[in-house]
Design a protein around this ligand. Structure first.
Ligand code: F6R
Length: 237
């Protein structure tokens, strides 16, 4: 069942998402699946301002660029430290190893799948791409996928180039949790803000379940909360 929460803007959406995480943690959630990108920033702002103690929590991030070192400012390791972990250290924080993935993608992926198996995810945070991708599972990804190396599409490279000096600096592949890993989480919170996400949100919630819209599989998950602003909710019936 998908529950949809509409808030006026991303600030209020971030506060609503934080309430869900805070309540889940107070009720015993110990393993959190986390995401990067611009969407979760307001959630993390609320998180670092809060008095929530994270010493006992484990986090598992969705993805990392292949080839980027953890101290590269464009890496997702770096993003997570900047936005959350420097101020709220967790007991364990796992992010896929982009350096290992450049050398031996299969080993990096297998290691990560084992981490997810050993630490079942209680609450998984997601953003969504304009084409309906979740993590870097692009349209056409099988619903059975687990962590693996994925090639980024031209559109995703273009969308992500805003974080890099030059489009040629954007890595062309990522190591990324699969759709089956994401679906294994007990609870899922997906956030989306802005008009550019409106079509993907409509397709995800009201469209057919198809691998052409990876996020549409979430219709089959028993506990999904979607947090959108008014712009992203615009096309919903
Ligand atoms: C981030 C991730 C991506 C983003 C999506 C939306 O870890 O896996 O799927 O959630 O590309 O990106 P933003 O939030 O920048 O619009």
């Amino acid at each position: 069942m998908m529950k949809v929460i509409v808030r006026e803007n991303d600030i209020q959406g971030g506060a609503a998402a934080f309430e869900i995480f805070e309540k889940g943690i107070k009720n015993g959630a110990k393993v959190l699946g986390l995401a990067t990108g611009s969407t979760p920033v307001t959630l993390y702002q609320n998180w670092v301002k809060s008095d929530l103690n994270c010493d006992d929590l484990t986090s598992i991030n969705l993805d990392e660029y292949v080839g980027l070192k953890p101290d590269d400012p464009q890496s997702y390791h770096y993003f997570m430290k900047e936005h959350l972990f420097n101020k709220k250290p967790f007991k364990h924080s796992y992010v896929p190893d982009g350096v290992e993935a450049a050398k031996d993608p299969q080993k990096a992926a297998d290691d990560y799948n084992k981490i997810i198996k050993d630490n079942p995810i209680d609450i998984q945070l997601l953003g969504i791409g304009r084409n309906g991708h979740i993590a870097f599972n692009e349209p056409g990804s099988s619903f059975d996928t687990v962590t693996r190396e994925v090639k980024l599409t031209e559109n995703t490279i273009k969308a992500n180039s805003r974080f890099f000096n030059n489009i040629d600096d954007v890595p062309t592949s990522a190591i990324c949790m699969g759709i089956a890993n994401i679906m294994s989480a007990k609870k899922i919170v997906l956030m989306a803000f802005g008009e550019k996400k409106a079509h993907a949100i409509k397709e995800m919630i009201e469209g057919p379940i198809t691998e052409e819209v990876p996020a549409s599989i979430l219709q089959k998950h028993p506990d999904v909360t979607v947090i959108v602003d008014e712009a992203a909710a615009k096309e919903l019936d």
